[in-house]
Design a protein around this ligand. Structure first.
Ligand SMILES: Nc1ncnc2c1ncn2[C@@H]1O[C@H](COP(=O)(O)OP(=O)(O)OP(=O)(O)O)[C@@H](O)[C@H]1O
Length: 208
């Protein structure tokens, strides 16, 4: 018996957003990401990429327009279960070990994982031997890997990743790209920002 993935989509329509001082940040932005596809949100510094991703994740509200998940306004329990959001300024807990960080993040996502599962995730992210170190002793790229390990500890259909490649070396960029590509190939969805071109099969481009 195969695994039936219910077709799903995330859609934002005619979204307007103003900056705090009232000037329009962007207006009439709309796109749909369906199962098995991804979108690259592009724009200059300050164009509003992070702001748009926060709207998509339900962390803030647009001035006009709306974000929908399977046709319903976002915010419900189902949407939260299906969402994996990794913000631009997401931070590790410096005093916890890498292992504790992964377990803590899973717990925040409502999933209980064993030490072995957390360990396995860290090994997959190239952090073997660093599991027991308080993460303040890790490099910026290693901290980013600890954060990204969350993507394999909890299944979610929609990944919203803000600048996921920041501080990562070439090998890690390649690894994360494959991770996202496999997720999309398996019927998942992703919305990413990046100032670099993203080494993934072509996706939708959203220019701000
Ligand atoms: N909390 C906030 N308070 C005031 N202004 C904010 C806040 N968050 C964002 N802004 C403003 O909104 C605008 C868009 O910011 P945003 O972070 O969305 O841009 P971005 O496209 O992600 O930029 P970058 O490429 O530099 O990361 C900026 O002018 C920024 O100063």
């Amino acid at each position: 018996m195969g695994l039936a993935l219910r077709s799903s989509n995330a859609q934002c329509s005619r979204i307007d957003l103003r900056a705090r001082h009232g000037t329009p940040l962007f207006s009439d932005v709309g796109f749909t990401v369906g199962a098995g596809s991804w979108a690259h949100v592009r724009g200059a510094n300050g164009a509003g990429k992070t702001s748009l991703l926060r709207l998509l994740a339900g962390l803030s509200h647009p001035d006009a327009g709306e974000v929908r998940w399977n046709g319903e306004k976002i915010g419900g329990e189902e949407f939260r279960r299906e969402l994996m959001y990794l913000g631009h300024r997401a931070a590790v807990k410096e005093d916890l070990t890498a292992l504790e960080n992964v377990q803590f993040a899973a717990e925040m996502d409502g999933v209980k994982i064993s030490e072995e599962q957390a360990q396995e995730a860290l090994v997959r992210f190239g952090l073997a031997g660093r599991e027991e170190l308080p993460v303040r002793f890790l490099s910026a790229g290693q901290k980013r890997r600890v954060l990204l390990a969350r993507t394999v500890t909890r299944p979610a259909k929609l990944w919203i990743l803000d600048e996921p490649f920041t501080a990562l070396d070439v090998k890690a960029v390649d690894f994360i790209s494959h991770l996202v590509a496999d997720h999309v190939k398996a019927g998942g969805m992703a919305v990413l920002t990046s100032h670099q071109s993203i080494p993934l099969p072509p996706g939708q481009v959203v220019d701000l």
